[in-house]
Design a protein around this ligand. Structure first.
Ligand code: HEC
Ligand code: HEC
Length: 448
């Protein structure tokens, strides 16, 4: 103080005034309720212990305040966090939800921890014991992983697909977003397997989104960029079969300023029933997409050859050099997972093949049609615990149809493996007929 220059001294409130303000502020204490614990989360003790220590202060009715939390202004921040934390996720009544709902909340919790979004950084700075160590995160993941790390745990039997309905009379989402039709003709940017809710998914982008990916202009995504995420329920053998829902994110920074610049919409089932009672449904979407703020709220890692940051693009899954065709620029027909091989496969069709497959016309594919199966080793999604995404491509198989002299279509089959891709020795006779036949027999996934 003695070194303070006189001019600075008069703006410095006398110590006594500061102390009085500080003490006076202590009297402004918004109350923090401690309602009874009605239905505490049910989980093994090791799992509970971690959540209790790291999360329960804000996400349960059993908040423990340390002495330094009781001091204003820290106390004001704590009360705000606890109120908001309980409103979002309350372990004290989670046990009342159905088992699937409890698990879904835990998958979300684990993903938020893994992304470093929870517990909040400013909280762990003071409450160091609340940090979740990598070993503890592994305990939480092991608890949630399906038995034998087996992927999609409970599969529903294949159901015949009812006829798709006309999209023209689909109701808009409660926030006014109209149903974007034609999404099955957009370019696929990834396929994912969600073992937390037993679905296989296609993520496709419209032209603006696909250009933005090619140019790496994704911070932020340009206005007009639109993603579709289509979910199917798989059959026992890992093939996607039954349409569940389609969701969209439409970028318009101004129009959708209140929902992080994206218009969200979800339509359920073959009758495409808009999800949500009112426009407030979108806070559910933004709430869960929030940890991806650094990627402009987008979770998916589009498959793309570098250059590009590897927490934005999935370069591992890019196809190897040496292919003379690019099935990833074709369109999507169907997807499946192979549990025992731990692989995921997506079937792509070029223009003529797509047209034929979608038309439902009987008979063989026309000349000019080409189909390709791309099989990837699957890997855990770094953005979402409970999802698997494509890892390195293991094999690319292709059937091309051409017209032969006698007017009958003839088929050529080839298979590429390795990086750079090397063509496998040709198959002959029965082996050829079987493999090419299997490819040509794949049916496009039902979608309204
Ligand atoms: C200091 C208080 C605090 C602690 C400790 C804390 N959280 Fe949170 N949490 C919040 C607040 C506040 C929000 C809502 C604001 C936000 O989304 O950032 C939130 C939001 C969440 C959400 C989003 C819920 C939703 O659906 O919107 C999840 C999941 C979550 N927390 C999980 C956890 C987990 C798991 C832990 C423990 C490892 C934890 N939190 C520890 C305060 C806390
Ligand atoms: C519990 C978390 C959660 C909620 C709630 C959620 N999403 Fe997502 N969303 C994800 C994850 C994880 C992905 C990554 C793709 C996947 O499913 O494997 C994703 C991906 C998407 C995508 C593809 C683009 C991208 O960001 O990767 C769209 C479109 C989408 N979600 C729409 C919605 C809409 C619309 C809602 C609300 C009705 C919603 N989401 C609510 C977790 C969530």
């Amino acid at each position: 103080m003695a070194t303070l220059r006189p001019v600075a001294r008069w703006i410095q409130p006398p110590a006594a005034v500061s102390a009085a303000l500080f003490l006076g502020a202590q009297l402004i204490r918004p109350p923090l309720a401690h309602p009874p614990v009605t239905a505490d989360l049910e989980a093994p003790p090791a799992v509970k212990a971690i959540l209790r220590r790291s999360c329960y202060d804000c996400h349960s009715n059993e908040t423990r305040l340390r002495w330094f939390d009781e001091v204003v202004p820290a106390y004001w921040l704590v009360v705000r966090d606890v109120r908001e934390g309980r409103a979002r996720l309350d372990f004290s009544d989670l046990g009342a939800r159905p088992a699937a709902g409890q698990r879904a909340a835990l998958y979300e919790a684990v993903s938020w921890i893994a992304l470093g979004a929870m517990p909040p950084g400013q909280y762990t700075a003071l409450h160091r014991d609340a940090r979740v160590t990598p070993e503890e995160l592994a305990i939480l993941k092991d608890y949630l992983r399906p038995p034998r790390d087996g992927g999609v745990a409970v599969r529903s039997a294949a159901a015949p697909a009812p006829l798709p309905r006309h999209v023209a009379d689909v109701q808009p989402a409660p926030n006014g977003l109209g149903f974007p039709s034609g999404y099955m003709d957009w370019q696929p940017i990834s396929t994912t397997e969600r073992f937390d809710n037993d679905t296989l998914r296609l993520i496709a982008g419209n032209e603006i989104a696909v250009h933005a990916i090619a140019e790496g202009r994704v911070h932020p995504w340009p206005d007009g960029a639109t993603f579709a995420k289509v979910a199917w329920i798989p059959s026992v053998d890992g093939h996607a079969v039954r349409f569940k829902q389609v969701e969209f994110m439409v970028k318009d920074a101004q129009r959708y300023a209140t929902t992080e610049g994206w218009g969200f919409g979800r339509w359920l089932g073959y009758d495409l029933k808009p999800y949500g009672a009112d426009a407030g449904f979108a806070t559910e979407c933004t709430g869960c997409h929030k940890p991806m703020k650094k990627n402009d709220y987008v979770y998916t890692l589009p498959i793309k050859t570098l250059p590009g940051p590897d927490d934005v693009f999935n370069a591992q899954a890019a196809l190897p050099d040496g292919l003379t065709f690019d099935p990833l620029s074709w369109r999507f027909l169907t997807t499946s997972v192979d549990e025992s091989a731990s692989t995921m496969t997506t079937l792509y069709a070029n223009g003529p093949a797509l047209q034929h497959a979608r038309s439902g016309a009987p008979g063989p594919y026309p000349a000019g049609a080409a189909l390709a199966w791309v099989t990837w080793a699957r890997r855990e999604d770094p953005h979402w615990f409970g999802a698997r995404i494509p890892g390195p491509a293991l094999a690319i198989e292709r059937v091309t149809v051409s017209a032969s002299a006698d007017g009958e279509p003839s088929y050529a089959y080839d298979r590429f493996t390795g990086s750079p891709a090397v063509k496998s020795p040709p198959l002959d006779g029965t082996a050829l007929r079987e493999r090419a036949g299997a490819l040509l027999a794949e049916v496009p996934l039902p979608s309204p």
